[in-house]
Each structure stands twice: as structure tokens, then as C-alpha cells.
Design a protein around this ligand. Structure first.
Ligand code: SF4
Ligand code: SF4
Length: 192
């Protein structure tokens, strides 16, 4: 006879403490998110399965799964979930938590970090800067791949799809940074 599945709460409590974490408790495993998800076929586990990994305390499988990173934030699951779970917001929380804990192997993690640094730098994103930061984070093998796309990059520059020069910083950059720092302080204070 198969052993009944045992829930382990320690890891789950850590995730439930994130901003939208408590919503996960409401998941009734109906599978609506699985059948609605646009990128489900690219995911190691569906959102529903990810929540099951959480409940059974499979921490490493949970963070090493590409599920949160493959979420394209299309919102379909959020609209359809019968328990009203804001899965997109949950996925955002999981991604930041994973980065904080150092689970940064997926390329999307480097991309998010590079994007964020661009925003902090001038309040808007310069595509050239974003890609340079991304490739530097990913290391030599990815830099080589990026270099192989130079012809495409040049075409995009020539058709004005990518600017050559970085844009000017926004007005009120100092204020924007102060808001972000304050939000980060509050998040840390609340232990998220
Ligand atoms: S649709 Fe909602 S309740 Fe159903 S499995 Fe997905 S998250 Fe859980
Ligand atoms: S928001 Fe993310 S998890 Fe939800 S259906 Fe879209 S891609 Fe899938």
C-alpha cells in the first residue's frame, strides 16, 4: 500500500510569511491554473504542483524548478482561480525570495537583477546597458552567445529599435530611490 502523503509545515511557513504567501494556503488543488497557464508546457511543475512541493517540504525541488521563472505574468490563472489566489503576485514574491536566498541559476534571475539595476541607475532602462549587465552576470558562455547575435543587434540599432546612447536619468531620481529604499526597509522589517 502507498504511504499517505505527509505535509511538512516548516518550509511552508517560510513561504506563507511572504506578502502574498497566505493566499497559497487557500489552494484546493483543483488544477484550473494548470489548464489555463500559457507557459505550462515549459514549466518543470505547474503552479498547482509547485504548491504541493511546498506543502510536502521539498525545498530544493521547489526552488530549483523553473516554474516561477517561466511565469509570463499573463494573469489567466489569477482570473480563473476559484479561490481567488493572486498567482502572479505569488510568483513575484517567490522570485524575489529565491534571489534573496541565492537561487539565481535561471537566466531569468540574472535578467531581473540586471533590469532592476538599470532602473536604480537612471530610473529608466537602456537596452544596451541591460544586455551588458545580463551577459556579465551570466558569464563567458553566455557572452559568447550574445556576441553571436551582434548582426541582429546592429540591425535593430539601424532601424532605431535600440538606441545607441543611454537615455537621460529621470527627474526626481533621488526621490524614486528613497521610495525604493523605504519599501525595502519595510520589507526587511516585516521579515519578508
Ligand atoms: S486554480 Fe487556484 S485553487 Fe486551483 S490549483 Fe490553481 S491555485 Fe490552487
Ligand atoms: S500568470 Fe503565470 S502562472 Fe499564471 S497562467 Fe499566466 S504564465 Fe501561468
Amino acid at each position: 500500500m502507498t504511504e499517505p502523503l505527509k505535509y511538512k509545515t516548516e518550509f511552508a511557513e517560510e513561504i506563507y510569511a511572504l506578502e502574498n504567501g497566505p493566499y497559497i494556503k487557500k489552494c484546493m488543488q483543483c488544477g484550473m491554473c494548470d489548464v489555463s497557464c500559457a507557459t505550462r508546457n515549459e514549466m518543470d511543475f505547474s503552479p498547482r504542483e509547485l504548491f504541493m512541493l511546498l506543502r510536502t517540504g521539498k525545498r530544493e525541488d521547489f526552488f530549483k524548478a523553473n516554474t516561477m521563472w517561466m511565469c509570463s505574468t499573463c494573469l489567466m490563472c489569477k482570473v480563473r482561480c476559484p479561490r481567488g489566489i493572486p498567482l502572479v503576485d505569488v510568483m513575484h514574491d517567490l522570485k524575489s525570495h529565491a534571489i534573496r536566498l541565492g537561487y539565481t541559476d535561471p537566466p531569468q534571475a540574472s535578467f531581473y537583477q540586471a533590469f532592476w539595476q538599470e532602473i536604480l541607475g537612471r530610473g529608466r532602462v537602456f537596452e544596451g546597458g541591460l544586455m551588458a549587465r545580463y551577459y556579465l552576470k551570466r558569464g563567458w558562455s553566455e557572452i559568447r552567445k550574445g556576441f553571436e547575435m551582434r548582426d541582429l543587434g546592429m540591425k535593430m540599432v539601424m532601424h532605431s529599435r535600440i538606441p545607441i546612447k543611454p537615455p537621460k536619468a529621470i527627474r526626481g531620481l533621488k526621490g524614486m530611490r528613497a521610495i525604493i529604499e523605504r519599501a525595502q526597509e519595510l520589507t526587511q522589517k516585516e521579515g519578508r
